[in-house]
Write a protein that binds this ligand. Structure first.
Ligand code: NI
Length: 209
């Protein structure tokens, strides 16, 4: 009888144990986010004679998918709709002249660290990853006869924060600093080094599966 009472008491107390909150980040979770992403190249991207080239910024639809390896480590893939950038002369002989326009896609794969307790509604993170950027649909605005830009491999540093609105929906803000260095292929500017090295900002809504 005493044993019975103990077992029942045990079962009842287990039933009322505080459950792990449903918004906890756990191994196996998949978090998908979609939002607007602004890619802002650094100032002064190439030297051309007595001028420099400045590449303008562009805003597109950004998509990220995160797979939680544990409650503190995630793997993130960043994707986006294609960015279009124009390189324009700044100063010197080609001041204000559009030199080249190109589209690019910068897929980025990062390992992320989430320092907060898994049950926290606010989940800041930092990430380190690799970026592969390829360029396409180049327009040779200045008639240099170039054949586009070489693809780039580089490191990407990132940080962000997720805020769980409820068990599944979240809002997110994130930033990446990406090392994108490329070279003009062919034509009068063959071999010209172009350093894009942008910062990208994204504001997104997300869903945790
Ligand atoms: Ni660079």
């Amino acid at each position: 009888m005493k044993l019975m009472k103990t077992l029942i008491a045990g079962a009842v107390s287990m039933a009322f144990l505080p459950a792990v909150p449903a918004f906890a980040y756990e191994a196996g979770d998949i978090i998908v986010k979609a939002g607007v992403i602004n890619v802002i190249p650094k100032d002064g991207n190439a030297e051309v004679g007595n001028s420099e080239l400045d590449i303008d910024s562009d805003i597109q639809l950004g998509l990220t998918g995160v797979y939680m390896v544990s409650d503190k480590i995630g793997i993130e893939l960043l994707a986006a709709t294609p960015f279009t950038h124009t390189a324009e002369g700044d100063g010197g002989d080609i001041d204000g002249v559009d030199v080249i326009t190109t589209k690019h896609l910068p897929p980025t794969l990062s390992a992320q660290f989430y320092p907060m307790d898994a049950a926290s509604k606010i989940q800041p993170y930092v990430g380190l990853g690799v970026n592969y950027t390829f360029f396409f649909d180049e327009e040779d605005d200045a008639g240099l006869g170039s054949n586009g830009l070489k693809p780039s491999f580089g490191l990407a540093y990132s940080a962000g924060v997720d805020y769980m609105v409820n068990d599944n929906w979240l809002v997110n803000a994130s930033v990446w600093k990406v090392d994108i260095d490329t070279e003009v292929k062919g034509g009068a500017a063959d071999g010209l080094d172009v350093e894009i090295d942008p910062v990208a900002f994204m504001v997104a809504c997300g869903y945790k599966f």
